[in-house]
Structure formats: C-alpha cells, structure tokens
Design a protein around this ligand. Structure first.
Ligand code: HEM
Length: 178
C-alpha cells in the first residue's frame, strides 16, 4: 500500500484522536511510522494499525476502516481537486473511478496497485459497483463511497450485496444517491 495512504491515516488519527494515539497505534503494531509518498509498504502494516485501533476503541476493524475511508475523502478532495470538481454528483464521480481516477493515480504513483471496479449503470435510480482486489478491503471502498456522498452533499444508501468475505467472487455495492 502506498505511503500516501498511511500519511492520510496518520493525519486523520492525529486530528481526531491526538498525536499520542497515533504513537500508541505505532507502538502497538511495532512500527516506526516513517511513511514516504511513492513508496509501497506492506499491506499488513495498515491492517496491524487498524487492528490495534479496533482493540483500543473496542470496535470492529471494518468500522475503523470505514471511518478512515469516509474521512479520507475531504483530504483527497483538497489534494486532487480535479477528480472531484470535474464531476457533477456522486454517481458521476463513482463512474469516473475506474476509467479516470485510479488510472491517473497509477500515472502519479507508478507502483500503486489500485483496485478494479466494474459497473451496472443502466438504471438511473441506482448504480451497481463491483469491487475486485487481491486486498479485499471492501470496508475501505464503503467508507470512500459514503465520503463521496457527503462531499457532493447527497444522501447515499449503500447496500453491500455479495461479499468476498462471505463466499462471494466479488463485492457488489448497490448505491442509491438522493
Ligand atoms: C469513492 C471513491 C473511491 C473508492 C471507492 C476507492 C477505492 C479504493 C480502495 C478500496 C483501495 C484499496 C486498494 C485495493 O483495494 O486494492 C484504493 C486504493 C487507492 N486509491 Fe482509491 N478509491 C476512491 C477514490 C480515490 C481517489 C479520489 C483517489 C485520489 C488520489 C484514490 C487514490 C488511491 C490510492 C493512491 C490508492 C492506493 C493504491 C496502492 O497503495 O497501491 N482513490 N482505492
């Protein structure tokens, strides 16, 4: 996972829970906390930080990841404004994820290993996204989708149908935006 993802986590934890909490998470996970943009770090490090946070806050790991994703969106919107301002609403933003946003991310960060999304967009009432990734961090996708809804000031209903953690081949999200 790219260093910028760890930098975002550090920024959010420090802002909302304090610098001491970030240090505690690093200590608990046995990590030194030096994360540099453009460098890949083992995914296990992110998952260890999440696991220590889940234990400390007595919450499921998936809640921590969702919270991270949701809070990451406003920071991503500050840093990569074009991805957001070029879209009229959440639906258009989500539809740009696979063809524009993540391919552009790969140009900026050539070592990035971004997930793959495919869509079913025939019904204007809702959008189906299917998420495929060797990492299987569907809670992060959920948090990012909800964060995008907040960014565009829309009420999002997100139904997570099939899930790789429950025997599915892929994770399917039905997203309704109002
Ligand atoms: C709702 C919108 C988005 C969703 C659902 C989404 C989903 C994800 C997920 C689930 C991952 C984890 C990696 C994996 O599963 O393989 C990821 C990685 C990443 N995404 Fe997105 N993303 C979104 C928007 C963005 C935006 C706006 C950016 C802007 C820069 C971005 C940049 C990245 C980067 C840098 C990674 C790390 C890749 C790596 O470490 O190799 N994403 N994304």
């Amino acid at each position: 996972m790219q260093g910028i993802i760890f930098n975002l986590l550090e920024e959010i934890v420090t802002r909302d829970l304090g610098a001491d909490t970030w240090d505690d998470l690093l200590d608990g996970a046995g990590l030194d906390g030096v994360y540099t943009a453009f460098v890949n770090y083992p995914d296990d490090q992110l998952l260890s930080l999440v696991s220590v946070a889940a234990g400390a806050l007595d919450k499921p790991e998936s809640d921590i990841i969702r919270w991270f994703g949701q809070n990451a969106i406003p920071l991503l919107a500050e840093r990569y404004a074009n991805f957001f301002t070029s879209c009229e609403n959440t639906r258009a933003f989500l539809l740009s994820l696979n063809d524009i946003i993540h391919p552009e991310v790969r140009k900026l960060y050539p070592d990035a290993d971004v997930p793959d999304f495919d869509y079913e967009a025939s019904n204007p009432e809702f959008l189906i996204l299917r998420y495929t990734s060797s990492r299987q961090i569907c809670a992060l996708a959920e948090g990012l989708i909800m964060g995008a809804g907040s960014y565009f000031d829309e009420k999002i209903t997100l139904e997570h149908g099939t899930c790789v953690h429950k025997g599915g081949d892929t994770c399917e999200f039905k997203v309704t935006c109002n």
